[in-house]
Design a protein around this ligand. Sequence first.
Ligand SMILES: [Mg+2]
Length: 108
Amino acid sequence: MHLEEMKKTIENLVLQKGFYNKPEDVPKKLLFAFIELGEASDAWKKGETREKIAEELIDTIFYILDASRLACPGVDLDKMFLEKLKANRSRPYQYGEGHRLQSRENQV
Ligand SMILES: [Mg+2]
């Protein structure tokens, strides 16, 4: 299943369950995504099963995709993913992680 198909499936679930479904609900959905991310982190710290950690990460993805359909309708996330992947691949090795070099220099 691709991102656009997942987005449509989530929309159907939201409508079926009567969940928040307006553009003004986007901040709530993004907050819920953060909460699920926190649950994933907590599961990791507590040494929970891989399945439990994966479940929390999937919850996060659900909320992100749900928010995306309201925040940026009409944007093809499959296409956007490939464009972003291409852009990231064109960047230098360890781009955006200059702090790693600094901390290595501080150890010497
Ligand atoms: Mg959860």
